[in-house]
Design a protein around this ligand. Structure first.
Ligand SMILES: NC(=O)c1ccc[n+]([C@@H]2O[C@H](COP(=O)([O-])OP(=O)(O)OC[C@H]3O[C@@H](n4cnc5c(N)ncnc54)[C@H](OP(=O)(O)O)[C@@H]3O)[C@@H](O)[C@H]2O)c1
Length: 389
């Protein structure tokens, strides 16, 4: 019986993880869960999965949760320390890292340092602190199992291959809802339009990132750390059907792809059961004959400047990816709140990057400082000095 801790249990990946866990009760037991503010969903999850420990974002929410749970015998914590306690729970062998954004950094790092295998959905952690995180993973000798469908695909394609035989990896991108939108229409893009992802159902932040292609940019940086490859060996191709989840090109010209229906249950199940595989018999099988033509095209860096900015940050290295991520988190929150236009996202991130004096990113402290600085810069650009993202 594998003990599972879930960071971000109430989110899209968290709910999918619980669904997979519930289908294999003889293999998995949920021992701890961390969420943010969604007590409605969390209370139901606690009653159903009976973890020993649960954590929420604030002390006030923790008090409210305690009242709602009445006499349930469970430890309730809050804040970053609470999420760290969930990530390091003594009965957890596997931690699903699915908190969105920089809030996932400390608990994910703590999980690796505590010797837990990590199912890795929270890409922002590797964008911010790739060097610090991968060092912790190597020192602790744990598995970092990619849950992002693209990285999970590459992980599977690379299994059993020798490093030197890989020429490059090719991340596929659906292109999001604005793939064919004329450039002059981007100025009037609404939140509702940006939230309509053509192939995946996901949380709001990653859906906006997918519309701007920043999600692919973050994934390029994530891939650099997960697979220890330089930017020149990482490329992106647009594939609107989201059937080929990514590919690896070998030095002899062979290209190995992983394909499946676009359902996060597949990479989640892969990470949970690694190195075994779970029979996911409830899922619709992939029928290539039914899904129609599979198409591929080059990404347009002019229409999607966020992708270019992410490659720039990766090439700059140091604290630049952290600055990019922090500015993006502030801008996406502002866009979702109706306080910024879609085009402001890339524009303000670029300004923050131009202002940033890049430093080596060796310690968590270097990164926390940059994160705070870049958030303040992005807020200043928005004219929202006191507004927290
Ligand atoms: N969704 C996907 O299909 C998908 C695919 C690949 C990668 N990812 C990555 O996985 C991560 C999660 O994505 P998602 O789509 O599942 O996001 P989501 O639906 O927005 O869920 C985010 C989760 O994080 C929790 N959270 C937010 N702030 C928190 C805090 N300060 N402390 C504790 N918990 C906090 C939320 O809690 P409340 O809701 O309770 O506030 C929620 O459980 C992201 O990094 C994303 O890029 C997602």
């Amino acid at each position: 019986m594998k003990g599972i801790a879930i960071l971000g249990s109430t989110g899209s990946v968290g709910v999918t993880t619980l669904d997979v866990v519930s289908r294999f009760p003889e293999r998995f037991r949920v021992v701890a869960m961390a969420a943010g503010k969604n007590l409605e969903v969390l209370v139901e999850q606690v009653r159903r999965f009976r973890p020993e420990l649960v954590s929420v974002a604030t002390a006030e929410l923790a008090r409210d949760l305690k009242t709602r749970l009445g006499g349930e015998k469970i430890d309730i914590l809050y804040g970053t320390d609470g999420a760290v306690a969930v990530a390091t729970h003594c009965d957890a062998q596997f931690v699903m890292s699915a908190i969105v954004g920089a809030a996932g950094l400390r608990p994910t790092l703590a999980a690796a340092k505590a010797g837990k295998d990590v199912g890795f959905a929270n890409k922002e952690t590797l964008v911010i602190a790739g060097e610090v995180m991968t060092r912790a993973v190597h020192e602790a000798g744990v598995n970092l199992l990619p849950v992002d469908s693209e990285h999970n695909a590459i992980f599977q394609c690379l299994e059993g291959r020798q490093r030197g035989t890989v020429k490059r990896i090719i991340l596929t991108a659906s292109g999001g809802p604005f793939l064919k939108l004329p450039l002059d229409r981007f100025v009037t893009v609404t939140v509702a339009e940006a939230l309509k992802h053509p192939t995946w159902r996901m949380g709001a932040k990653i859906t906006i990132d997918s519309a701007s292609l920043m999600n692919k940019g973050l994934e390029v940086i994530e891939a650099r750390w997960l697979f220890d490859l330089p930017a020149e060996q990482i490329s992106v191709v647009i594939h609107p059907q989201s059937v080929v989840h990514s590919m690896v090109e070998m030095i002899d010209g062979s290209v190995i792809a992983e394909m499946a229906i676009p359902d996060m249950a597949i990479p989640v199940a892969y990470a949970l059961a690694y190195p075994e595989r779970l029979p996911m018999t409830h899922l619709k099988p992939l029928s290539l004959a039914e899904c129609g033509p599979l198409t591929f095209e080059k990404p347009d860096f002019n229409r999607f400047p966020c992708l270019r900015l992410a490659f720039d940050a990766l090439n700059a290295a140091g604290t630049m990816p952290c600055a990019l991520n922090a500015a993006n988190e502030v801008m996406v929150a502002a866009f979702l709140a109706g306080e910024a236009q879609f085009l402001d996202i890339a524009r303000n991130i670029e300004t923050v990057m131009l202002r940033h004096s890049n430093q080596p990113a060796r310690t968590l402290e270097d990164l926390i400082e940059t994160d705070g600085w870049a958030r303040a810069q992005a807020r200043e650009l928005l004219g929202l000095h006191t507004h927290a993202a």
